[in-house]
Write a new protein. Structure first.
Length: 177
């Protein structure tokens, strides 16, 4: 099966990572907290796929580069990347894209964006890179009655999976202004 990368895999993207594992895929799951990654591995041990836990702070781009390069060498090229990288770490996004561009196989790169952070734009070195099909998924909110609320983790994960399965170039989950 395919090798997927999920950055931010133990928070709102945990169900995305678990679903990939249930489908029999290998998932390189990146998160800062090793304890949460261990729990994610435990939750998927009965699935056909494998979670490769990668504990690191993605702002440490040298470590990020080394760990992703190692994962690709051991587990094969990454088919799909789902990246929740905050805009205060733009070099992390560039680092991930450079690693994916260097691999032999093409990769779909789903960049998760938050509507309340302003318009986030990826560098053209990512959006126009060979071997990378760049996609965006913007997270909005839900309206219930007269009130707005944040999306739940499950709403986010299922919206992301739908965008991946349908191979959408741009997706909005929920509503945005």
């Amino acid at each position: 099966m395919a090798h997927h990368l999920v950055i931010g895999a133990t928070g709102m993207l945990a169900e995305t990572a678990r679903t990939f594992a249930r489908e029999g895929h290998t998932v390189s799951a990146v998160a800062r907290t090793k304890k949460n990654l261990i729990e994610l591995v435990k939750q998927t041990q009965v699935d056909d796929g494998v979670i490769n836990p990668v504990a690191l702070d993605y702002t440490e781009t040298n470590t990020l580069s080394d760990k992703l390069t190692e994962a690709i060498a051991i587990l094969g090229p990454i088919d799909t990347a789902v990246c929740w990288i905050h805009k205060d770490a733009p070099q992390a996004l560039v680092t991930v894209a450079a690693i994916l561009q260097a691999q032999a196989a093409p990769c779909r790169f789903f960049h998760i964006l938050s509507h309340n952070k302003g318009v986030e734009k990826a560098d053209s070195s990512i959006t126009e890179a060979k071997n990378i099909s760049y996609r965006t998924i913007t997270l909005g909110y839900k309206v219930e009655g007269a009130a707005r609320r944040w999306l739940t983790d499950d709403e986010i994960s299922w919206g992301i999976l739908e965008a991946i399965y349908e191979n959408r170039i741009e997706t909005v989950i929920g509503q945005i202004d």
